[in-house]
Write a protein that binds this ligand. Structure first.
Ligand SMILES: Nc1ncnc2c1ncn2[C@@H]1O[C@H](COP(=O)(O)OP(=O)(O)O)[C@@H](O)[C@H]1O
Ligand SMILES: [Mg+2]
Length: 233
C-alpha cells in the first residue's frame, strides 16, 4: 500500500443555503520519499486537501490513510499528536516568530518533538550557516522561507506539506526553495507535497496530481523527475 492513500474524500462548505463542494470525491496516492506536486488553478480545492492531510481540517467522507492509519478516524487529541510529530508545514508566508533569531525559530522544533535535529545543522543544510543570529526582519524572503523549511525539517516529519511555498518569491529564489524541497525528499526519505498553480513546476515532481473544480483530473508519474535547476519558466 502506498504511503499516502486519499480514498474518495469529500469536503463541503455550507454558506447559508448554498453548499460548496471544495473536494468532490478526491482519490490519489503518494509513495514514501516522493515529491508530489498538486497542480491546479485558484479555487480548485488544493489547500483543502492539504489541510485535511495535515490534520488541520477534517473531511466529510472518505479515508485519509497515512502510513497505514486512517487519520480521518482520529479524534482531536490524536490529530494534535499527529500534527506535532508527523507533519511539517511550509506556507506562502513564512510564519516565523519575529522576535526570535533564525536559530531560535528552528529550536522551537525541539520543544515540540523529542528527537529534533540540531538547529545549526539544519540551517547549514539550507545554506544559512551565516545567518543563525539574524532576526526574520533582517533576512530576505527567500532566506525566511529557508528558515521555515529548516524549522519544519528539524521535526523530522514523515510528511512535509507546502502550500504555494514560492508564491511570494522571485524566480531565482523560488528555484532555490524548490531545490531544497526536492533534495529533502530524495536525500532523507521525507514525503513532500507541494501545491502550486504553476504547471511549469511539474517536471520536478515524481508524481503530478492535477486538481480542477474539486476533482482529481489526472495523475502522472515522472520516472525521471528533472532537477529544479534544469527547469525554466
Ligand atoms: N473555510 C471555508 N469556508 C467556505 N468556503 C471555503 C473555505 N475554504 C475553502 N472554501 C472554498 O472551497 C473551494 C476550494 O478552496 P481551496 O481548497 O482553498 O482552493 P485552492 O487552494 O485550490 O485555491 C473554493 O471555492 C473556496 O472558496
Ligand atoms: Mg490554496
Amino acid at each position: 500500500m502506498a504511503y499516502i492513500n486519499v480514498i474518495d474524500e469529500y469536503k463541503r462548505y455550507h454558506m447559508g443555503d448554498t453548499t460548496i463542494a471544495a473536494n468532490d470525491g478526491i482519490s490519489f496516492s503518494v509513495e514514501k520519499g516522493e515529491v508530489a506536486v498538486i497542480l491546479g488553478p485558484s479555487g480548485a480545492g488544493k489547500s483543502t486537501v492539504l489541510n485535511i492531510l495535515g490534520g488541520m481540517d477534517s473531511c466529510d467522507e472518505g479515508e485519509i490513510v497515512i502510513d497505514g492509519t486512517d487519520i480521518a478516524k482520529y479524534n482531536e487529541k490524536q490529530l494534535t499528536t499527529y500534527r506535532r510529530n508527523d507533519v511539517g508545514f511550509v506556507f506562502q508566508f513564512y510564519n516565523l516568530v519575529p522576535n526570535l533569531t533564525a536559530k531560535e525559530n528552528v529550536e522551537l522544533a525541539s520543544q515540540i518533538v523529542s528527537d529534533a535535529l540540531d538547529p545549526e545543522d539544519v540551517l547549514k543544510s539550507v545554506g544559512l550557516s551565516e545567518r543563525l543570529d539574524n532576526f526574520p526582519a533582517q533576512l530576505s524572503g527567500g532566506e525566511q522561507q529557508r528558515v521555515t523549511i529548516a524549522r519544519a525539517i528539524a521535526k523530522r516529519p514523515k510528511l512535509l506539506l507546502c502550500d504555494e511555498p514560492t508564491g511570494a518569491l522571485d524566480y531565482e529564489t523560488g528555484k532555490q526553495i524548490l531545490t531544497i524541497l526536492q533534495d529533502t525528499a530524495h536525500n532523507t526519505g521525507t514525503t513532500v507535497l507541494i501545491i502550486t498553480h504553476n504547471s511549469a513546476i511539474a517536471p520536478m515532481a515524481d508524481r503530478v496530481i492535477r486538481i480542477n473544480d474539486a476533482k482529481v483530473r489526472n495523475v502522472t508519474i515522472n520516472d525521471e523527475p528533472k532537477p529544479v535547476a534544469e527547469i525554466e519558466w
